[in-house]
Design a protein around this ligand. Structure first.
Ligand code: NIG
Ligand code: FE
Length: 410
């Protein structure tokens, strides 16, 4: 059993404001779970203390649950920096796709890359998430757009998420990310094909099915079909909704009782009400919102009673961020959330978005995914733009990436 002592502020994620914080705290971890949380000075009860074999002194600093990235696309090859530069000079996401760039360009590069190279690329990328304090990452397929590649990507993610030195992964099958070039003009045929891969995707380890329901991608009707097929295979729905236009994705997510509706740059008050009523989490990505140049109605969503989650939306076309601590800072700066609201979205909100009730909070029985930050107060997130962890724990085990470890001085 491991004891974390001398925690100046423990952000538990179990209440708002100071109700969600314990000062002068300590906690005990056994077999990957939190078994005791309490006052550092008093220490744990005998039954706990006599089983302690290791003590980590947290130096009076801030400890939070491991952050949860509830939206990203990490399986790809190649890069699209030239098109990103063109977008900064005025071209739209749609213009770029029409010129042969966009998702299609990454699909070509990814298909041309061998399985081993994709695995190495994915794993080195995933290590970066730990350096930003994320211990759970939702990860989507969607850059193969053909059966074998999509299923191999599901299996690759499923395997990587069980590597004890990487973040935990929750895998999303996103074959309906775009129309593959060989099926141009036949979106309904592709939707029928992609739908028929759902059971195999579930078998390979996917938990969710997602679709890019938007102008220039898939219609509400097509999205409905692919998500319904996913549901039959046991995959919960997530929807890329109202990102490029007000195209109906939020209402579809509400109608289907999706786990999450994502992006929501064009969502309005009626969408917010529908998501609230249906209990759909809104997963927002400040990196992509800023890159596209439009902000989601975060306050309208919160006022309607929608639970927010946050994601890096790491992908090769709009946003290369891997740091969830940066995402928290940007959610404060760009969306106008309080630090408390942003941290709740990056912890408990993410756990709801990903249907992982064992994570996103510090309490007895929860999985011991924890971060000790280079800070004494959570306000530092909004100040440092990329706060770094001093220690990252996955199931109580130290998985701190080397770059975040303080240099050893003699
Ligand atoms: O979340 N919206 C779809 N997918 C990504 C972009 C993917 C890409 O451009 O490669 C997103 O913004
Ligand atoms: Fe996305």
């Amino acid at each position: 059993m491991k004891l974390l002592t001398n925690i100046g502020r423990l952000y538990t994620g179990t209440g708002s404001g100071e109700d969600g914080v314990l000062t002068g705290a300590a906690l005990a971890v056994d077999d990957g779970r939190i078994v005791w949380v309490g006052d550092d000075a008093a220490g744990p009860p005998r039954a706990v203390s006599e089983r302690v074999t290791a003590i980590d002194d947290c130096g009076g600093g801030l400890v939070t649950p491991g952050l949860i990235d509830a939206h990203c696309h990490p399986v790809y090859a190649g890069e699209r920096m030239a098109e990103i530069a063109r977008r900064t000079a005025g071209a739209s996401y749609g213009d770029i796709a029409a010129m042969g760039g966009g998702i299609g360009a990454t699909v070509a590069a990814t298909r041309a890359t061998g399985a081993e190279e994709l695995r190495l690329g994915l794993e080195s990328r995933l290590r970066a998430w730990l350096a930003g304090g994320a211990t759970t990452v939702e990860a989507k397929t969607g850059y193969h757009l053909e059966r074998n590649g999509e299923l191999a990507a599901v299996a690759l993610l499923h395997r990587a998420g069980r590597d004890p030195m990487l973040p935990r992964l929750e895998t999303t099958f996103l074959a309906a990310h775009a129309l593959p070039p060989e099926m141009r003009g036949s979106p309904d045929d592709y939707i029928a094909e992609a739908s028929s891969w759902s059971a195999a995707a579930a078998e390979a380890g996917a938990r969710f099915c997602d679709v890019f329901c938007d102008e220039g991608y898939f219609s509400v009707e097509q999205s409905h079909r692919v998500l319904a097929a996913g549901a039959v295979a046991g995959l919960r729905a997530r929807v890329h909704a109202d990102e490029l236009a007000h195209s109906g994705g939020s209402l579809l997510a509400a109608e289907l009782g999706a786990a999450s509706a994502d992006h929501l740059l064009w969502a309005d008050e009626a969408d917010a009400q529908a998501l609230a009523t249906a209990g759909v989490v809104a997963t927002l990505s400040p990196g992509t919102a800023l890159s596209i140049g439009r902000l989601p109605p975060a306050r309208v969503l919160l006022d309607a009673g929608v639970t927010l989650a946050l994601g890096t939306d790491h992908n090769p076309g709009t946003c290369g961020m891997t740091s969830m601590s940066m995402v928290v800072a940007l959610a404060v700066a760009a969306f106008g959330l309080s630090v408390d609201e942003a941290l709740a979205a990056a912890t408990a909100g993410g756990a709801r978005s990903l249907c992982v009730p064992d994570r996103g909070a510090v309490a007895v029985g929860k999985t011991a995914d924890l971060v000790r930050w280079d800070a004494e107060h959570e306000g530092t997130f909004a100040w440092s733009y990329g706060l770094t962890p001093l220690r990252v724990y996955r199931g109580g085990e130290d998985v701190t990436p080397l770059a975040a470890q303080p240099a050893v001085t003699e």
